[in-house]
Each structure stands twice: as C-alpha cells, then as structure tokens.
Design a protein around this ligand. Sequence first.
Ligand code: ANZ
Ligand code: ZN
Length: 909
Amino acid sequence: MSDESYDHAAVEARWQEAWDDAAVYRTPDDVEDPTYVLGMYPYPSGKLHMGHVRNYTITDAYARYRRMRGDDVLHPMGWDAFGLPAENAAKERDTNPRDWTFDCIDTMKGQMESMGFGYDWDREVATCTPDYYKWNQWFFRRFHESGLVDQRDADVNWCPSCETVLADEQVEGEEELCWRCDNPVEQRELSQWFLQITEYADELVDYIDELEGWPDSVRQMQRNWIGRQYGTRLPFAVGDADDPERHGTVEAFTTRADTVFGATFFALAPDHPIAEELAAEDDAVHQFVHHEADPDGDEPNGVETDLVATNPVTGDELPVFVADFVLSDVGTGALMGVPGHDDRDHEFASKMGVDIDPVVAPEPEDWDGESVPDAPDVSESAFTDDGVLVNSGKYSGLDSETARERITADTEGAEEATQYRLRDWGISRQRYWGTPIPVVHCDDCGPVLVPEDDLPVELPEFVNTTGNPLDAAEEWKQTTCPDCGGDAVRETDTMDTFVDSSWYFLRYVSPDLEDAPFDQPQANDWMPVDQYVGGIEHAVMHLLYSRFFTKVIADEEGLEHREPFTNLLAQGMVQLEGEAMSKSKGNTVSPQRIVEEYGADTARLFMMQAAQPERDFDWTEEGVRSTYRFLTRLKKLVEAFDSEDADGEARTASERSSGDEPRDGDRDAVAEYVASETEAAVAVATEEYDDLTFNVALRQAQDLVGTLRSYRDYADDVHAETFERGLNVAVRLLAPVVPHLAEELYDELGGEGFVAEADWPGAEADRETVRERRNLVENTREDVRQIVDVAGIDDPERIDVVVTPEWKYDALSIAVESDADNLISELMGEAHIREQGDAAASYGQDLQAEREALSLTLDPETEYESLVAAAWLIEREFDAPVRVVRAAEADDDVATKAEPGRPAIDIVE
Ligand code: ANZ
Ligand code: ZN
C-alpha cells in the first residue's frame, strides 16, 4: 500500500463479516426507544445505481447515528418486486419474471452488503412472494367489506405498446406519453376495480398541515393533487326556444359564484348525457363529439347547439355549447362560462364570438367598502382576481367573497359544494407480474370475492404470449364459484404495484406473521416511520396511497396511527457534469467500480459530504480521490499514535520542537485548544446529525482530524489523553458514514465491542459558545494577517493580543440591555465606567451609534482563555511567539484599542 492508499477491501470485508457474526443490525426484541428508519425499497432492476447508493447511505447513516444515540432501531430492506420490467425482461430472455426478479435481488443484495448498509435482513420482504401478496388480496377483501372497493366501466389510459392500462400519473407530459416506453397513450373503456380513496380526500388534505417533518414542496404537491376547491353548484334550466326547461335542470360547479352576472354562455362536456342525446340528432354536434373533441389539447374547442340555459340569478338565456375543455369527471360536467374573468373561457368566447362582459373590478386602493368602481376593460384578457362587483344588480359594490356567500344563499336551488381533483384509484392492470385480484366471475352470481381461506390466489406458471399471460392460463382461469359452486372464471387482472408499497412498512414490523398482515401491538410501537427517505418522484402517488392505506387500516384494523411517515427526506440527484445520471444518457458511474477502487467508505463519505442530502450534486472523480486520501491520512494518524502509545512513553509533558524558549502554560494551552475543539466538534456535529445535515456534521469531524494533525506536527509529543479523546471522537463522529474504517480505527484505539454499538460522544460544549469562540479566533487571526499584510511585516518578532478591559464589556452589556434614550448618561451612571473619562465617553458614543446592531460577546475571561488556547495557531502561521494579555496587564496605548470580541493586536518587528 502506498502512502496514498490503504487496504480498504480487507478492512471492509473484515468488518462486514464481524457485524454479520455478531448480528449487530438485528432489531432488538424489547424496545424502549423505538426509532424506525426506512429507505424506499427499490425495484429489483438488477443493479444498484448511484441514486440508490445515496438514498440508502442517508438512511443507513441516520440509522447508525440513532443506534449510537441509544435508540432501538428498526432499519429493514426489501424489494418492490412486482412490475412490468420483469415481465418484459422475461419475454426477451425467454425466462420467467420470477427467476429474473430473484436473480436481480441476489445481485442487488450483494451490492448493498458491499456498501456496508446495516439492515436487519431477517425482515427482508419481497412483494412477489405469495407470503406477501396474500395480504394485498386480504386487504382487497377488507376494503371491499368496508365499502371502499367497487367495479366500474371506466375510460382508462391504454398504452398500446405496453398493452396495459396506466394510471393518470403514469401518463407524462402534454403529449401524454407512457412513463415506461414514451409512446402515445390512448383511451379505452374497460371494467376496472377501484379503491375509493376519494372517501378519504378531506382527511388526506387536512392532515397535510400536520406533516411538519415533510418538505413543504411535497406537502404542496399532495395538496395540489387532491385539489380541494370550495364553491357553489348553481342550477341552470336547459331547453330550447320552445321549451326552455325541456332538458330539466343542469347544475354547474363554480368557484366564482360572484361572477354569475358575467356568464355569457353555458357549456357541456362532450360525453355529458345531453350532449350525447344531441349528437344523435344534430350532425354538427355528432361530428364534434365523435371526431373533433380533444379534451387533452391546449386549445378550447366546441360547437354551438340550439339549446339555451337560463341563468338562475339574472334570468338571462345563454347559448349552450358542447366544449372539450369541460371535463366529464370534474364537478357536474357542465359549467357557466364567464369570459370576462376566466382565461380559458376568454379564449373560447373570443374564438366563438361570444360576449365578454366585466362584472368584477380590481379593488380600488382607497375603496370605502361600498361604492361601485369603474368596470375594467376585459376585451383583451380576463381579470381573474377577486375584487369588487360591478354590473351585478343589487350585488354591485360587494367584495367578491361576500358576493359569493350572498348569491349562494339567495339563489333558489344553489348549494355550497366541494370539489376535488383527486379521483378514485383504479388498481386493475392487464399484466401478469402482479398480485392477482382475488375475484372470480360467475355467470349466475357475477363477480364474487375469493374467500379468505382460499388466499392467496397464486399466480400460475408464466406463459410467454403477446397478450396477458393470465388470459392464456386456461387451467388456472377455470374455477368454481365460491357462492353457488358453479363454473366460474378467475379475474385475470392484477393489482397496481402501488398497492404493494402502500403498506410494506407495516410488514417489516412482523415479516413472518402467518395469520395477519402485521402484528398490531408491534406496529403500534414502531409506527409511524420516524424517518423516511426516498426520491421526489414518489412525492405524490406512493406517499398518498400509503397515507390512504394507513388511515383505512387505522379505521378498520385499529392501528393507533393515522399517518405512516413522521419525517420525510427527498434526496437530491447525483449528477455528472450538471446532468442527472441515467442509463439512457449513458452518464452513469458504477458504484461497484468505486467500491473496488476506493472502498464503500470513500463512496459513502464523498456523497454525504458533497452536499446537503436534499440537494443535487455533481459526482467528481477528483472529489472521490480526495475523500480517499483523507481516510488514508486518518488511518495513518491513528496508527502513528497507536505505535507511539505502544512505547509506553509518557507523552503528557513534552517540549516543543521549534527551539523557542518554553513559556509557562504554553503546552497546556495547545492541548486545551485541541480539547475544546474536540468538544466543539461533538456539539455541532450532534445537532447536524439530528437535522440530517450530514455534510456539516462531517466537516466538523474532518476539521477535527485536521486540528489533530496540526497538533501532532506542532508538538513533538502530544498530550496523550487529549489526543486520544480527539481521535476517538473523530472516529465516532465519522462512524455513521464511514462504518468500516471507523470500526477498524475504534478497534485500534482499544474501543470495546463495535463502534456501531458504541455510545455517541456526549456533548459538553454549548453550541452558541462554540460558534463565538471560533469566530473570535478566526477574526483575530484574520486581523493579524491584515496588519502583517498592510504594514508589510516580513518577519514579526512577537505578536501581542490584548483582550478588552472589563469596563468596556460592562458598557456593552448595559448597551445591549438598555432601552434608555440617552445611553451615554446611563453608562456614566456607573462609577467604574465614568472613571475611564474620555475613553468611556468615546466608547459610549460608538455604542450609541451602533445600537441597533449590538450583541453580547464572550466575557473577557472566556475571551482570554479562548485566545490563549488558540495562540499556537497564530504562532504556527506567522512563526513568531504570541502573547495573549489581559488589558490590565498591557501597555495603555495598546489596551485602549481593545474592544469586546475584538482584541487589540500589537506586532513587534
Ligand atoms: C365560473 C367561473 C368564473 C369560474 C371565473 C372560474 C373563474 P379552477 O378554474 O381551477 O378554479 N369548471 C367547473 N366544472 C368544470 C368541468 N367539468 N370542466 C372544466 N372546468 C370546470 O376550477 C374551478 C372552475 O372550473 C369553476 O369555476 C368552473 O369555472 C370550471 F371567473 O365557474 B368557474
Ligand atoms: Zn356463482
């Protein structure tokens, strides 16, 4: 091994085996302080990529940290093992999805082990095993019993290339492409099973406010996805010139009842029953509905009908259009068009030559609350904000909100209504590699649930066909009806794999349980997951479905928690030259190669120190190498210390090597500094680990290692106890991220047991004091640099650092506290300040001038001690002896310049 490297392979293999033998990561049985740390389980695609490595390093580091803090930690891993790629791969390779999946799992598990992730593998789950998916089927039954499942014909997104139905969320972009294969998606009508997530829409949106441990962006995405809107349903009579009520009453949902006087048209969705009725008799409508309507297009299109709709507030008769921007599954599938105040209506009206009338004006700045402002010009574009009503009869002069309330209350048949963007969750997939939906279809009884005792309905052998293999599994399909015993066929659809991931976190709690999906008391203990870590791509569906399942399970099974994840971290991307690493771009870096060349510890440390976990960062080979060099140096530092220690020499009393006259207290002061930096590192790193800002925490550990190296270079022999504590702390602070090398070094330092199970170092320092001390030292060093620079001093002979006199500190303390108008006279009220005469007056003026910005500094004695301890750093930098003196002991002309937090500096050439 050269100076620049160490035998990482040997170190890592040794400790992985030792952990394994000692079952270090097994979840404890009796739990006192349960902490559940979870990374989103991966799809077993075959290889771990850098995104996985980052995700699981974050999770692993946090789990290790919590364990060292004394928590009982559950940190499991498993496989999101059903899904389309396995089926496609199986077809390509002429194997079956099961073998392919388990091969992938083997490989990925091996890679995870090589990364040193500390999982409790006894709890591994793979969702494609009957042991697991049996419970998906069981939940389907339970949801069904609770009235949360139904079957409907539904227009579904159909990808002709994957031959499967896609969820809305799996259709991407304006062009509506399949998320898997990027081909255009079509619409098809199929009979589908739905889970009624909309029943929980209110709770799902209300509870978002309480998810304080989630990123705001994710919370907002969930809110938007659910899309709750409060509004009004207004009843419009629809008919023709002869009979304006021929088609009865059609309700329109609006969030802007205040704009009802500006309604100039009425519009129906192309598949609204009245539109379909018209299409049968009216060619133009037929042509539009069946050929031209493009609900997904950007432009609003439509066709005018012969119908009229009567505005329930004004009595106006409005032209009725069939328009494609009216969606059949939103609101009532009909709307009132208000082009003066809605952008899309404006575009449509302009195109169709419909009137555009202003009925809301921007609220004038000096509005008196009742007068009616001038109407705005809406001919070019709509005014879409709330404001003050104009041209609105008796409602003119009301603000929008009041007007909405009054109009809703005054109008017969109008009702407050809540509308959601969220739709029920269609879970049917025409695919083989998923959980069979536990239903059989009987000619006499219709669809019948498979009884609980007959679960699981296992998948038959895979058949390589172009269609759905379950359709081709004739023998499997034919069964008998559980109700009447007659011939029946099995449902051949399987479940959306999001069902699997909606409750897997509960399975980990008791993965082998045979008579229930999870153990209730254990789940009550462990849940909710304390820290969940995963990709932002799961911000909507997976998290929403998991929240939904948890709520249903709380209601139906008595789980004591209604939210699954307390804290959520969405990790940023690993990039190469500013672009996300991806297979398709061919800009990936193989974790395996990095582990081979530099070791898992280097890969982990590099990633974690590169950026805060939420941020994207650029992978650089140079960064990796420098991380590796750091670890190598650390190892050498410990080894060198260790071998000195072996000499048995006393190293507490030692001489400096520089040959300067030894001064009293000098050596102790340096050791003092190292000791206080050690405690400072603990205090800061602990808080940063708590916040998952690993990069900042790691900087502490690395700076400490730097300080220890400087100390060793500076002092011939170091103060052994101080140095050892420093090393020991550095190793423990690094251990969550660099577990193997930390284990090795901890062992070398004589630690007992595993560092993975060691106690986290106790924080003796106070973080605020640490920050102030460090600032003081850094600013003082900077001041010395400035003076040396400005005065052009080549070779300083001596540097004096003079700490503030007590009275200035007292004056500052008074100034910080005081709210007196005349600060100076308040200061002069203090005898020992007044005694200072002109100096006090002038300092008082300075304080008066900067009053807003004043803050208290360290007291003079702490300041003195901090500078004494750090003096060696200045000595080393300028190669001159440094004297730290209290003001009282210094020359007056220097001492007068010293202020709290800003010692005076005197350099003798
Ligand atoms: C009249 C109105 C006036 C509306 C106005 C808005 C502004 P947003 O726009 O996201 O807040 N709407 C109702 N049913 C619809 C359907 N089936 N398809 C498409 N759009 C429909 O959503 C609420 C608005 O969406 C409703 O309020 C309605 O237009 C439209 F100045 O009614 B509004
Ligand atoms: Zn039957």
